[in-house]
Ligand binder design. Structure first.
Ligand SMILES: C[S@@+](CC[C@H](N)C(=O)[O-])C[C@H]1O[C@@H](n2cnc3c(N)ncnc32)[C@H](O)[C@@H]1O
Length: 204
């Protein structure tokens, strides 16, 4: 099993620990993560989010996480990016206003370069992101349509998906979408990360 502790600095680990503590505190009043997953939060949520970050393209500048919920993976990505000291801005779109209050509060407490947009993805102004992620948001065809309106010409999509990913991919390919790379997720053998690359990202 991959342990986040083994791959990030002590300082980043402390900041992740602070995020976990804020998330668990707010989870008492807002449903940010399933109660049953609280005791396994490092594996089920933090390490799982780390896997999305691990598959980023070279030097991303604007990362959009759609349906950010409690900041998984968006807040974790913004935290991990600080360690690399490259200037990544992270945009989180979330339609639930209470979750947006949480996201803004967590980003402030952790001093992160994060913009929270409290709107539906379908109606938000186009972001022009060079990375778009979404975890547990929607079926693949819908994700592709939502991400498509927010991407820059050169862009990478990273979508964690579960056991039904093969059927979802087949359905989307039938509708004319490209075949994604299927990246194994060492944290959870039943899940994968689907990667789509466009423009210059396709030739990286
Ligand atoms: C199942 S939760 C997943 C949250 C987080 N990504 C995670 O993995 O824990 C889906 C989130 O997407 C938000 N959401 C659903 N449809 C949306 C839309 N059309 N625009 C913006 N947010 C949306 C919901 O409010 C919810 O917080």
């Amino acid at each position: 099993m991959v342990s986040v502790q083994d791959v990030v600095s002590r300082e980043t680990m402390d900041r992740l620990t602070e995020y976990v503590s804020i998330l668990l505190k707010w989870n008492k009043s807002i449903n940010l993560i399933g109660r049953a997953t609280e005791t396994d939060i490092w594996n089920r949520h933090i390490a799982d989010s780390y896997q999305v970050f691990a598959h980023r393209p070279a030097s991303p500048t604007l990362w959009l996480d759609m349906g950010a919920g409690g900041g998984l993976p968006g807040i974790v990505i913004a935290l991990l990016a600080q360690e690399l000291k490259n200037s990544l801005k992270t945009v989180l779109i979330e339609s639930d206003q209470r979750k947006c209050v949480f996201l803004e509060s967590a980003a402030r407490a952790l001093d992160l370069d994060v913009v929270v947009i409290s709107q539906r993805i379908e109606t938000a102004d186009s972001i022009g992101a060079d990375v778009v992620s979404a975890r547990a948001l929607a079926p693949l065809e819908k994700l592709l349509a939502l991400a498509g309106r927010h991407r820059a010409e050169d862009c990478t999509f990273l979508f964690p998906k579960g056991v039904n990913h093969k059927a979802e991919i087949a359905g989307s390919v039938n509708l004319g979408h490209p075949q994604p790379d299927i990246l194994l997720n060492p944290v959870n053998r039943e899940s994968v990360i689907l990667r789509y690359e466009f423009g210059s990202h396709a030739s990286d």
